[in-house]
Design a protein around this ligand. Sequence first.
Ligand code: GCU
Length: 688
Amino acid sequence: KNNGYDAWLRYDKVKDDGLASQYREWTAEIVASEAAVEGPVASAIKELQLALPRLIGQTPKLVEEKAASKRFLAIGTLNSFSYVEEAVQGPIAALNDDEGYLLKTITAADCSYLVVTGKTERAVLYGVFHLLRLMAQGESIQSLQLAEQPKYRLRMINHWDNMDGSIERGYAGRSIFYRNNELLVDSPRIVDYARLMASIGINGIAINNVNVHRAETFLITDKLLPQVAQFAAIFRSYGIKLFLSVNYAATIELGEVDTADPLDPRVQEWWKQKAEQIYSVIPDFGGFVVKADSENRPGPFTYNRDHADGANMLGEALKPYGGLVLWRCFVYDCHQDWRDRSTDRARAAYDHFKPLDGRFLDNVILQIKNGPMDFQVREPVSPLFGAMPNTNAVMEFQITQEYTGQQRHVCFLIPQWKEVLEFDTKVKGDGSTVKEIAAGSIHPYAHSGITAVTNVGDDDNWTGHHLAQANLYGYGRLLWNPELSSEQIAEEWVRITFPDSDAVQQLLVKFLLESWSIYESYTSPLGVGWMVTPHYHYGPDIDGYEYSKWGTYHFADHKGIGVNRTVASGTGYTSQYEPEHAARYESLETCPDELLLFFHHVPYTHVLHSGKTVIQHIYDTHFAGVERVEYWIERWKELAGEVDEQRFAHISGRLQEQLENSKEWRDIVNTYFFRKSGIADEKGRTIY
Ligand code: GCU
């Protein structure tokens, strides 16, 4: 095991003697009547038994009834206690959520105790992870009164893992779930993975790629379901529901019905039986994730049916068991003719789905990517989000750094996600933020929340780059509480993941917080996106997608650059936003600089709000981006000796690679635009 394996659950020894003895006093005895029964409370106890010896060198004693000591820890669901009820009932009743918990120090006549409780076992597990996080951060637990509940109901992770062990867009090794078309049911990593996910509040995980190929189509058959059920059992003990991505044409692919027409009764019946079969082995199965009629995947279009027909057919099948259908909206024409300037990929999701509002069943949820394109370093917020008041929705983010440096570059994505969440769509007037829409508080959705494509693989440290763990950690924390600032999240993560040192703390937090903007500065400018090596999406290739079928263009010529998405003279995409945003994006005067080239085609000499011309902005940011990487490499060197050698060397190596690659970006982008425009850099720097 390497030094990244434990990730943020390291439980390094508490250095402060005073705190350590305080923790010892409160945790010497743990009262937990549910500890013996398999489930999230038992997992919570196991976690304490693992963590406390590491944190404070003391193994807790488990007792079922009231403890003998004057101070102790009491852990369990509200129902499991006889003596604490009064003091906790009020705060627990105030939580309107089953997953909320209470951490409270209670002083009784003859003793004091710290209680961790909630309405469900899962809540208790979350509470225990919170308590451990406090100790790992060196916070006093002397007089606690903390009631917390998650902002989002669905807090999901999507794996793009294939059964051959490969991971689509994976940058951290092979799959933790599969190898050579077998399920790794005995892998100890699965339990550790469940611990990591539960510790940040994840409650649903889809374990296979949205592109469901032949082998994975069998995950819902007799052949593989029993093994899938083994993963589900592990997840269950950590409060996590298992989801599967399914092949929309499974009926055909498995040779059982010769059509996948959603209105054909044989197809409907087949899926109903399939659901019954799945729930007979996984009673708490979460549901299906479906990528249909997208990037050549099968779907209802073949039968002249629409997305609502397809999704509802699956919804009907899962409904009796409370299962969900997460129907992805990543639907666009991927066989576009680049000569055709009127077709705009950015419009596609809205154009396809908006007219279907109100047609989807209650247990169907549309899964909408954060932007209208595809997880670029900068995109506007998808106008589809909030635009369908009568249709459940979840937001989809990408933790895996497909377009943001592939875990070779440092790119802390929490600031990006926060910008998306804070975006006020105005769909119901001021305050209709994405953050609230995803919580189901703007439109009263039956189901809502957030999901993301994960960055995990079987590398020792899970995420390839040690610092990429921060994105996974931060994702969960943000879903629990989107009011946390990027800085708070970064601080918390660094504190529990790296040695207790002010130098490490200060430097890493600053570096993380700046990293997204650094990455943006040396890659594609002003929101235009792409310019990446086709297929791999790593490193620069300015025209890589320019004459391709994928609909991802920048239209650079000798005069200017950008995509005209205005109503006045372009594709009309701006009209998909509420009037206030539509007007803001439509006009050159008000369009924000960082999205200028997403919405407008302008001459290189166009002057930005910043006062610079577009071309000078391109040069300046590309030089500055590389300089910042150089700066942070120098700063990182200061931490030699402060961070364990293994992680220090690994991060140093990756930073060097980031530097080399960022120089490629800088020089290729600058040279390309210099050659196109013929305009020299004002500062006379080297352009080739
Ligand atoms: C991106 C990504 C694909 C993925 C697709 C999706 O286009 O490059 O690998 O399959 O998104 O989200 O379905």
